[in-house]
Ligand binder design. Sequence first.
Ligand SMILES: [Zn+2]
Length: 209
Amino acid sequence: MDLKKRFEKFKESEFELNKDFYSELKDEQKPHTLFIGCSDSRVNAETLFGAKTGEIFQIRNVANIVPSKDKADENYAVVSALEYAVKILKVKNIIVGGHSNCGGCAAIRKFAEYKNTLPYTTEWISQSVFISDYVDSKYPNMKEEDKLVLLEKFNAIGQLNNLMTYDFVKEKVEAGEINLQACYYDIGTGDIVLYDYEGVSFDRNEDNI
Ligand SMILES: [Zn+2]
């Protein structure tokens, strides 16, 4: 693939045809939404939400994880973007996006197996191992493939609790200034389910997700 040719094509067609639009973006951004999604190449927030450039501020990482406040000092990349989106850009929505066939969540399910080959990844995803354990304890007889789907959903929802550990997020959510949600995107069917934030206790079951 020739990336240079793609850049040239962008300038010649997309940019030239929409010069006024890009000119408006030149001096500032005013995104209404912070999307926290997986790095997976199949999850594209602009496509999913029908959004244009400038509408969605994004944090992408393996398995769409938000470190809780007690781990913030080891994870400035995520927390600085969160802080900027909330305090400076004043986004109205924060949405954490989980998705089907998530390699990061699959690695959480096989944590011990990957520990030696993917030391950085397993260190990162270790933050969500407790959610995988929760699925095992709540649904001991469930098939592994179904457990993975539940983990993908619970993992997205669980990040809302982590977001609420930051006072600057919590205050705005409680004041109704930020709408806090998770979503789950099924890549194969195109279905997207939205989940509202329901409080910090993590006690979801299969029936309400
Ligand atoms: Zn993923």
